[in-house]
Each structure stands twice: as C-alpha cells, then as structure tokens.
Design a protein. Sequence first.
Length: 397
Amino acid sequence: MPFEHRAVITGIGLLCPLGDSPTALLAGLCDGGVGAARASLTLAARKLAPEAPDPHLTGRNTYPLDRPARLLTAAAKLALTDGGWTPTELMRQDVGLFVGTMFSSLHTITRFDCQGLREGPLCVSPLDFANTVINAPSGQAAIWHGLRGVNNTVATGASSGLEAIGCAAEAVGRGRAPCILAGGVEEISPEAVRALGESGLLGNGPGRSRPFDSASDGLVLSEGAALLVIEAATSRYARPLAEILGHGHSFDVSRRRDERRSVRSIVHSMCLAIEQAGLQSSDIDVVAASANGLAYLDAHEARAIAAVFETRSGIPPVCAVKSRLGESLGAAGPLQCAAMIEAMRFGVIPAPLDLRRFPDEVVPFPDPLGCSVRTCLINSLSYDGHSCSSVLACFAP
C-alpha cells in the first residue's frame, strides 16, 4: 500500500573511507578510488589508541562517545546541516532517529566485559558502561543533538541500515512522525574481523572488493556512518533531494543455504518495494545491487534481478558501489542510498569493478554512465537471510 504522505529526503550526512559528503563519495566511486583498502588499514593504523578530535564535533567533550557513537553523531550533524535544521527548529519539533547496525559498539562491550572479569567490577569505567548496549550510538547521538522524537535501533545483520530507512519512511509516510534521521553505523574492530573471518566471509586477496565475480573469495570489510533526513513533504519548507516511494523486506529461512529459497526471498523484497511504490519493473531506471564479493550471494542476487526485470522490461543498468567502498555492514545500505541519490541528481551512475566473470543474467557497463535517471531500486542483503529493497525517486538539482 502506498504511503499516505510523501516521505522525502531533505538532507544527507555521511562519513566513509571515500569522504564526508555525497559529492566526495560519488567522485570516489566514479574516478576509481578504492576506499575499502584504506578502511581495512585503519584498524592497524589506529591500534585502538585514543583518536584525534573529530573535526565535525567541536566545542564539547567527546570522551563519553566511543567510535561508533562519534561516527554517528558526526553524520547526524552533517545531515541536519544539509537539511537546514537549526537548533531552534530542533527545539520546536520532535525529530527521531532510526539507526541500523550489525556489531554496534562491540569493541567497547568486549573491552568492558573483559576488564570486569579480569580486574573486578570496581575497575571498569562507568562511562564505558553507557556504551555497552546495541542502541548506545543512537542514544548518544540523540542526546548530543537534542533529538527528542522516537529513537530506534534496528539489527538485521548487514541489511540493518536500509531496514532502518524503510522503517523511518513507513513512520513518516503513515503520519506517525514528522521527521526522522535514518541510516546506519559500523566500525572495524578486532572482534568483528575475527567473527567474520572465522565464519569464512572475509576475502584473503588484495584489499579490493570484487562483486559478481565468481572467483572472489569473500568480502572486504569497511566502516562508516550515513544518515538521511526523512520528513513528510508537507511538514516544513525544505529542499527535497529524493523521495522514498516504497520499501520491501523478507527473510530466507534457509539462511542462504538453499539457493532457490534465497533467490525467492530477494525477488520478494524487490517486488514488494516496486509494488508499494506504485510502479512496474519497467519504471526502474537503475539497480544498486548489494553485491559485496560473496560469490554465492552475489549469484543469488543476480538471478533475482533477472527474475524481476527480464520478463517484462529487460534488465536496467546495475551498479555495485561496494566494489570500491567495501562492505560496511549496517552502514552499507544508507551509503548506497546516499551514493545513488547523488548519482541520480547529476546523471552519473558509478560502474562496478572486476567484471571479467560477471554472471550472464546481468549486463554491466565498463565506465560511469551518463544518463537521465529518475528511479532507483536499492538492495541490501544479509548473509544470514535478511533481504531489503527500497525504491527512490530523485529531484532535479
């Protein structure tokens, strides 16, 4: 069922290895910049030492914020600024925050628990305790910016960020909230690297993701934060960047072990999003695939894309931003949205990399494609079975 109110995006804030703005993100995707390799190196470079002050968070004490909270709080500041929200306006209206994350503050939680077990409960920091719950980043960011509206944290694996955006669009579109910041956050931590490595999900090759390549041996881990300002089109005067027309989600009970069920789940989420948008598959101008270098899951997605589009309209151009950005888990879907909104607004679609063994079902294009694009279908898939899809329509710059 279509939304009762138009859910428009009026601001974007992001931090990722390719930059801290949609313009920088799109430029990095189109000029061949590979951010995933740099992101993978941040873990060794940081050595978990105290970080330098974030240039986006000045004038206040940031010590109570761990890394995910800092990333999210900085992204929220950029999004609110881009959307034209002043402190006075935030006082007048209850703005909410929906955040998707897979690991959240896992490093802080692990450090806190290990210290407590090793040295006793009197030796742990009370400030760290506030960051030992999965919704700590969203709570810290809301406190920092005075966001008094509904505050939710979504945890559906690697699809969490796009799921949070879909939930926020539903709330705004149904008139339950006037404005919600929605997106995701993820950090690279030793614990996350170990968990994904022991699960056989991380690649062993060079630090560059190879979506839709059957020879790829796994994903390349990345990190970042991205938030969209989603509000009802009639709630206040604001410059609309794009509109969320529809959202769909489903779950594969085989947890990607059964290819037929996995493909059917992905097809279902895509069809739900297109149906809610009130469109046909032929109305979709470009698909932003979730493909991240997990060969089996990329193949499932390719077959799902073919099943949705091939029979009616032919397959539209398909791009995979994770080829250069890497897999940022909870932040991935929101970063895909930010990249595609900027791409649609300026008519330049970033192309994938390493397509020598691209599946036959989808036809790639070798270079950034310049064209007029109005609608985009975005997929975000989790290897544990969650599938999310959203349909966005852009406004001319």
